[in-house]
Design a protein around this ligand. Structure first.
Ligand code: GTP
Ligand code: MG
Length: 283
């Protein structure tokens, strides 16, 4: 029997904006959920270390907030962690900000792995893993679309059944998307629907990029992944199925980037469709 299956747990704390709060009135307040999770995670997380890979390109305004929130979350839950910032020589000077953050938080907590130019997300993750000292890797965006408060729930879920991967999902009960216009929402839905139809990897949010992996699992999957661009996250789930890894899902609330401009254009959409087709014909 295939080891690959998906399990979903509601995120206890899915409030990430005032709008989200209104629509999730049954969610627990942040402090209550945190306090509850602290004890649980304390008992069994002592020997684990979580390496967060934060790829950045023009994120100077978002980086201090995300770093602060990550630090707060890991400290509150007494978890061992490091934040690896992979900046691709951002013209807005993100690296300078990252250096200041490293001074403030310490070299063991904020690790800088810059590259000379914009080489894309796929290779940024590979570069990040090569330098990671944790046994678990968390991949997330640095633009505040992914809120660190979901991480304790990812970890709790992972422990439930020793899952190889836990993926955040916007498209299951308890998850959601806020701040996107209709075009962006439709693009994402259609991209997921088509991938599910053609490849059926059994995951509800294929294009999302907020995930927790066992390090060796991520290593194997990423080495097998050939896509670049937006199709990359989706191919990772297709490869996970191919290798029979177990995947669990946690609903997340995704909000549009706080600062900076969106880069999704016609080229990215065309690239996604091309990538999806070549996966369909090759996997
Ligand atoms: N190092 C590196 N980081 C990148 C690159 N492209 C994007 N990023 C970062 O990867 C994360 C996700 O990219 P985004 O541009 O937010 O992609 P998106 O969420 O699909 O689109 P928008 O938020 O609408 O722009 C962000 O933290 C970016 O700063 C890249 O080529 N190199
Ligand atoms: Mg983004």
């Amino acid at each position: 029997m295939s080891k690959f299956h998906v399990s979903i747990t509601p995120e206890p704390d899915s409030v990430s904006s005032a709008t989200a709060h209104q629509q999730n009135s049954s969610s627990l307040p942040y402090t209550t959920a945190s306090a509850r999770t602290v004890n649980h995670l304390n008992m069994s997380s002592k020997h684990n270390k979580y390496s967060v890979l934060l790829p950045t390109y023009n994120e100077r305004d978002n980086l201090p907030i995300i770093t602060w929130l990550l630090t707060k979350t890991f400290q509150e839950h007494d978890l061992d962690y490091e934040i690896i910032i992979i900046d691709d020589n951002s013209p807005d000077g993100t690296l300078e900000i990252a250096k200041q953050l490293q001074k403030a938080y310490g070299e063991n907590r904020v690790v800088l792995r810059p590259r000379a130019g914009k080489l894309g997300l796929g290779t940024a993750y590979i570069h990040g893993i090569q330098n990671a000292t944790g046994n678990f890797i968390i991949i997330m965006d640095a633009d505040m679309s992914h809120h660190p408060k979901a991480i304790p729930e990812f970890i709790r879920k992972q422990k439930e059944n020793d899952y190889d991967i836990v993926t955040g999902t916007r498209y299951a009960a308890g998850g959601g998307v806020y701040g996107w216009d209709l075009r962006r929402k439709l693009t994402s839905r259609v991209a997921n629907f088509m991938a599910d139809l053609l490849l059926n990897p059994g995951v509800s949010d294929l294009t999302g990029s907020f995930r927790l992996y066992k390090k060796d699992v991520l290593h194997q999957i990423i080495n097998a992944t050939v896509s670049k661009g937006y199709v990359f996250q989706m191919e990772m789930m297709v490869r996970a199925k191919q290798f029979n890894y177990s995947v669990a899902e946690v609903p997340i609330t995704f909000v549009d980037r706080v600062y900076g401009e969106s880069k999704l254009g016609a080229n990215e959409i065309a690239g996604y469709l091309k990538g999806l087709w070549s996966l369909f014909t090759s996997v």
